[in-house]
Design a protein around this ligand. Structure first.
Ligand code: WTA
Length: 656
């Protein structure tokens, strides 16, 4: 798209009305907004009817800020809701997953009745290995069907999974295992990335050196690579799972039984163990998936192109789609595994009807050119979604024109690990969309934009995004740290959930999300805290002090820029600074994950600080983004900033 064309669109304040085909057949009718507004609790009670219960709840919401309980006297089993009930209701032959491997041509089709047997076998295996109700089980796996099967088997037993993204380092894995006292780990020997095997089990071995309470590791053979083996601790999946009975009688658990933990970055170095419970979470995942993605389980083939190591994978590859009995594509590889048109070949081959992904991926696909999507038949697609970061209008328009061929509605969905499911979004068939705006709270959700004092701002004004009433899939807390839960989310504005995002209400009253207003960065849709990366950097023997900021980046949304001062001895010893910079980048990758590797590291003799000694990150962000520096009078040594600016300009940007 030319820039002139984009500008013309924006000048027109382009609005895309809902397409006729959706108006007629959409799951969402305009009346649902009124219905939910008139009685939100009754609305959510009705949504909870999508679940199968052992004992139906009579209660809806009990709210004692910040503690919510939803449907608390009901009992159910999450894996029965995802799998068994569909088989029992005669949909056993329906495809649950088309799994597509990293390698071209390799795929696997799993029906609901096959999934039921696999989950039952795995549950029996976990029982044999000693997993019990109330345990926590860490899952550190590539995007293979066994990851989903493991999740469902764990929750079937009333244990909670803690899925750790397979790209995280051994250190990150061990700190997550220790924080939630996991006694079991499920992993694979390795993963495939663009055809090449990369080890995973070795990171588990390393992590477990500091986790003496983990007594059992279940290992899927994926790559066939050599693995170190600890007899009595490590078990091959194929040895233990395959020989089990494919029948397993489930137990039922209270609605508020913990379902899973998901670690996410906050504003400190220590990630937060966000936990979710069963019925409210499943209710909102299913309701949002049904209305926002207009799911018709009979005919749709939906593709959430995310990793199950993140909340998007949990809610919209696993729980939402499965509760609805939908067919989901699960893809193991990278967007360019087997060529840059790989995604379009997958859409074409499986006739995907819905595609849900992150703006950063859309920008990457966009960079690879219009020809690739054009040369494939994408006519099966009828709806597109985006999540994870604000989407720039240009990427939105490219997605609409080149992937959606101008006739797929785009749902820009705002939500968080903490919210569990989508909160702010257009609805297909109802909302006239605007490129870059998430538009409207989902029915039953109350959101607002407030000023510093917590007062609602008017149209045309910006402020802080807050949620003003409890919702079913809200996190029930930070594992083991209720005080941090209260202070992080509920103390900033009394009575409201503080999301940490800036937002704007436009002249029509529609919502635009503007990104984080705290020290959380959003790199390619991945949440990382500045402190976490600083912590990793100062852990290197050569580093004295580090300040990290997220700077705007055309592809990744934000990129990490680190300002580092060296210890004197190290500085003296270091002849080749570019070598040291690279070593520091690798060090961060090792300590956290390759996704946390700074784009740029500036070695500087000093950092700009206020007179009270606080590092001025705002100013460093301005420097990193080449903005004018504004007021620097509170700085201890104003010359530091100019010096850093100069260093940045001499420094190239390191790209991988
Ligand atoms: C950001 C991902 C703008 C936001 C599901 C939020 C978004 C953080 C959007 C949560 C969106 C997510 N528009 N920003 N549509 N969706 N975000 O926990 O800053 O990984 O606070 O959950 O991503 O990231 P998380």
């Amino acid at each position: 798209m030319t820039e002139a064309k984009l500008e013309a669109w924006l000048d027109e304040k382009r609005v895309f009305p809902p397409s006729e085909s959706f108006v007629a057949n959409a799951n969402a009718k305009p009346s649902i907004y009124d219905e939910a507004k008139a009685d939100p609790e009754a609305w959510w009670r009705k949504q909870a009817e999508r679940l199968v219960w052992d004992k139906k709840p009579t209660s809806t919401l009990e709210w004692d800020l910040p503690n919510a309980k939803w449907f608390s006297d009901g009992t159910l089993n999450a894996s029965v809701n995802c799998v068994d009930r569909h088989v029992a209701e005669g949909r056993g032959d329906k495809v649950a997953y088309y799994w597509v491997a990293d390698a071209d041509g390799e795929s696997r089709t799993i029906t609901y009745s096959e999934l039921q047997k696999l989950v039952a076998k795995t549950a029996n295996a976990l029982v044999e290995l000693g997993v019990k109700k109330g345990d926590r089980v860490a899952i550190y796996m590539p995007m293979i069907p066994e990851a989903v099967i493991a999740m469902l088997a764990v929750v079937r037993l009333g244990a909670a999974h803690s899925v750790v993204f397979g790209g995280f380092s051994a250190d990150a894995l061990s700190s997550r295992i220790l924080d939630s006292d996991c006694r079991f780990v499920i992993t694979a020997d390795g993963a495939f990335r663009r055809g090449a095997p990369s080890p995973l089990k070795s990171a588990v071995d390393e992590a477990l050196q500091s986790c003496p309470d983990v007594k059992t590791v279940l290992v899927v053979r994926r790559t066939g690579g050599d693995v170190h083996w600890v007899e009595g601790r490590d078990y091959w999946w194929h040895d233990v799972v395959d020989r089990q009975s494919d029948q397993h009688t489930p137990e039922f658990f209270p609605a508020e039984h913990t379902l899973f933990l998901m670690y996410t970055s906050g504003t400190t170095a220590k990630p937060k163990g966000i936990f979710h419970t069963t019925a409210g979470y499943l209710t909102q995942c299913a309701a949002t998936y049904h209305y926002i993605f207009d799911v018709k389980p009979e005919t749709d083939v939906l593709w959430t192109a995310a990793d199950i190591g993140w909340i998007t994978g949990h809610s919209y590859i696993v729980y939402g789609p499965l509760v609805l009995g939908a067919t989901q594509i699960m893809y193991e590889g990278l967007p360019d595994s087997g060529g840059r048109d790989r995604w379009w070949r997958i859409v074409e081959q499986f006739k995907a009807t819905v595609l849900y992904t992150a703006p950063t991926t859309i920008r990457t696909l966009m960079k690879w050119g219009d020809e690739l999507p054009k040369s494939h038949d994408l006519s099966s697609l009828r709806l597109l979604g985006t999540v994870g970061e604000p989407i720039n209008p240009e990427a939105w328009m490219w997605y609409r024109e080149n992937v959606g061929r101008n006739n797929c509605p785009i749902v820009d969905t705002w939500w968080q690990t903490e919210t569990g499911a989508i909160m702010i979004t257009p609805l297909p068939g109802i909302t006239a969309t605007k490129p870059g705006a998430a538009m409207t709270p989902f029915p039953g959700i109350s959101a607002d934009v407030v000023d510093n004092e917590g007062n609602s701002v008017g149209n045309g004004e910006g402020g802080y995004l807050v949620i003003t009433a409890p919702w079913p899939s809200m996190t029930r807390g930070i594992y083991g740290d209720p005080a941090r839960f209260k202070s992080t989310y509920w103390d900033r504005f009394p009575g409201m959930y503080f999301a940490g995002d800036g937002a704007k209400r436009d002249e029509d009253g529609d919502l635009w999300l503007l990104g984080r207003i705290d020290d959380v960065m959003n790199i390619s849709g991945h949440r990382l805290s500045t402190t976490e990366v600083e912590h990793a950097l100062v852990g290197h023997p050569a580093v004295a002090e580090a300040a990290v900021v997220g700077a705007t980046d055309d592809t990744t949304g934000q990129a990490i820029v680190a300002f580092v001062t060296l210890k004197l001895s190290a500085e003296d010893a270091t002849k080749d600074q570019s070598h040291l910079v690279e070593e520091l980048r690798q060090h961060v990758a090792r300590v956290i994950s390759p996704i946390a590797k700074p784009r740029q590291i500036i070695l500087t003799p000093d950092l700009p600080k206020t007179r009270s000694g606080k590092i001025m990150r705002r100013l460093l962000r301005d420097v990193a983004e080449n903005r004018s520096l504004g007021d620097v009078t509170t700085l201890m040594d104003p010359t530091v900033v100019n010096m850093i600016s100069g260093l940045m300009q001499n420094e190239g940007t390191s790209e991988d």
